[in-house]
Design a binder for this molecule. Structure first.
Ligand code: ZN
Length: 305
């Protein structure tokens, strides 16, 4: 069994504020260490559960957040974004995905760093239903035949994900600063929490045969509500149907619909023809930058070793 461990960052144990998720900051450097610990426990869990092969796919921002030299050496690592065969690279031979450190959807009240796909949207809907990233990414990789069998993150994010992935195993992660700045008590919370990640990931892999690829049956009607009309005007270079800050498009399936979503979000019309060399170039730049030019970590008083 080949397990994909997909990593976002907002839902990591140890992370309580936005700056810890922002590339290049000393606080992010601390956040990366937190995420790497979480991911390592999920890798261990995957092997405990019977995985023969584990590959980590780093997904947050430009896709280089894990501390590569601290990751469990048994796992492969894919940083950065791709065009083909999928945005996540070559995922075709994965049997199951475990999604670490997720966050709530755009528009979720009282949630940590809620957004869907990118911070410019106030809500994203498919066939009139508000969706979270696990709906979108889950049904995208679902069309490649791959189920998501595990999620970890803030309780509200996990609840949103489980609505679409009722078979998935989950771990809720506290986002309150006080949980991580209480010395020995925080150390215990982190140890227990990550032990839960390991055990739950192992259980998900053992139960892999009960997991289903998420499929959203087409035709699909996407609605992306931008935070402002100005943003909608700026990003809608493809002239999708637009009324004020709402941009809409239709697709036959999720692979096509997500491709259009990425055109709207990341590939303006004039850049689109160069997207493959561009993503290749960016992968090289950010791999070097995040490996060799990273600041030293600032844990701001959190337990950290
Ligand atoms: Zn993220």
């Amino acid at each position: 069994m080949h397990i994909g461990v997909f990593a976002d960052i907002e839902g990591s144990f140890g992370i309580w504020r936005m700056r810890q998720c922002r590339m290049g900051t000393p606080e992010w450097q601390y956040g990366r260490a937190c995420l790497t610990e979480d991911v390592n426990h999920v890798i261990q869990g995957a092997f405990d559960g019977g995985a023969q092969k584990v590959t980590v796919k780093d997904t947050h921002e430009v896709g280089f957040n894990c501390l590569i030299n601290k990751l469990d050496k048994r796992a492969g690592y894919i940083g950065g974004h791709f065009i083909r065969p999928s945005l996540f690279g070559n995922i075709k031979n994965y049997d199951l995905v475990l999604y670490v450190a997720i966050h709530a959807a755009s528009g979720t009240g009282d949630a940590f760093f809620p957004h869907t796909h990118y911070g410019i949207f106030s809500e994203v809907r498919i066939n009139k239903q508000p969706v979270c990233e696990m709906d979108i990414y889950g049904s995208y990789i679902g069309e490649f035949g791959i189920p998501i069998g595990f999620v970890s993150g803030e309780d509200v994010a996990v609840a949103q994900a489980l609505k679409s992935l009722p078979w998935a195993r989950s771990v809720a992660v506290d986002k309150r600063k006080a949980m991580y700045t209480a010395g020995e008590k925080s150390h215990r919370y982190l140890l227990e929490g990550r032990e839960k990640l390991r055990k739950t990931a192992a259980q998900a892999v053992r139960d892999a045969s009960k997991m289903k690829p998420l499929i959203k049956n087409g035709p699909l009607h996407f609605e992306a509500e931008f935070r402002t009309e100005k943003l909608a005007n700026k990003f809608n270079t493809w002239k999708f149907k637009q009324s004020e800050r709402l941009v809409e498009w239709e697709s036959e399936n999720m692979i096509e619909g997500f491709e259009m979503f990425n055109k709207l979000t990341f590939f303006p019309k004039r850049i689109y023809p160069f997207r493959r060399p561009l993503t290749f170039f960016l992968r090289q730049v950010f791999r070097i930058k995040s490996t060799y030019l990273a600041p030293s970590p600032n844990s701001e008083g959190a337990f950290f070793d």
